[in-house]
Design a protein around this ligand. Structure first.
Ligand code: BGC
Length: 247
């Protein structure tokens, strides 16, 4: 959709103050930076705006991209960010698929300064999970994208920054080394699906979850029948979950 149409739609909706506070929800990914404006109930007020993640995904370049996209999408009152690495108190600690410079970067502070709004930041899989769980018993979320994200919940309470993707899975490799986007492209869909089937069997034994949710851009590549307690969730949940950071 044309940027102009997007802005007009946002503007009309954001005039309705009963919809506020408006949350700009951002999903930072290894291949794309995506954002949407959500109303107080978490309903999208705009289409999803997406731009490619900068080729050198340093904090300053990714930040500049986020700020320029935020200026394009329309007006908002506060900002939620899902970030593809460990996040504690608004600081990013790791970002395996972005850049080393993210270690110890105050993303919350930097965005607050640049956007002059309150900002909350969490791990991307944690945000995705907050958007899809039912809040009952043990629920596990795996995101299948550039990296492999994981989020664990007990009765709706999050155990933050699980980082299962970097744990050993099979053949001396981690889940991310076996199931990340690079491997899907290298080895093809069938091999990737076989691996994913084995990975589900392992995490089922380890976590004994009530439900496992599979999200991320590559969840649509799944071509086998999933067990009854495993559900595919839309990738947009990674943005919609941003509202939950304000609960
Ligand atoms: C990161 C996680 C992230 C996942 C999905 C992994 O490489 O370590 O923090 O959730 O990718 O983006």
């Amino acid at each position: 959709m044309a940027a102009g149409a997007l802005i007009r739609y946002t503007h009309e909706k954001s005039m309705d103050e009963s919809k506020g506070p408006l949350t700009l929800s951002i999903d930072v990914g290894g291949s794309g930076v995506k954002m949407m404006i959500l109303d107080a109930a978490g309903e999208p007020l705009t289409d999803r705006l997406r731009r490619k993640t900068p080729e050198q995904p340093t904090p300053s370049l990714v930040l500049a991209e986020m700020v320029s996209m935020a200026a394009e999408i329309g007006s908002f009152d506060r900002v939620s960010v899902g970030f593809p690495g460990v996040v504690v108190g608004g600081m990013t600690h790791t970002a395996v698929n972005l850049h080393d410079e993210w270690a110890g970067f105050d993303l919350r502070g930097a965005l607050m300064q640049r956007l002059a709004k309150d900002v909350r930041v969490a791990n991307d899989a944690d945000v995705q999970g907050l958007g899809v769980i039912e809040g009952i018993g043990v629920e596990l979320v795996l995101t299948l994208g550039t990296g492999i994200g994981a989020a664990l919940f007990m009765d709706g309470k999050l155990v933050p920054n699980l980082e299962l993707g970097h744990h050993p899975f099979e053949r001396g490799k981690t889940y991310e080394e076996r199931l990340g986007d690079l491997e899907l492209r290298k080895k093809g869909k069938d091999t990737w699906n076989e691996r994913l089937q084995r990975a589900i069997a392992v995490v089922d034994r380890v976590f004994n979850y009530r439900v496992l949710y599979l999200g991320g851009g590559n969840a649509k590549q799944i071509n086998f029948e999933l067990p009854a307690n495993v559900r595919v969730v839309p990738n947009v949940a990674g943005i919609l979950g941003g509202i939950r950071l304000w609960d």
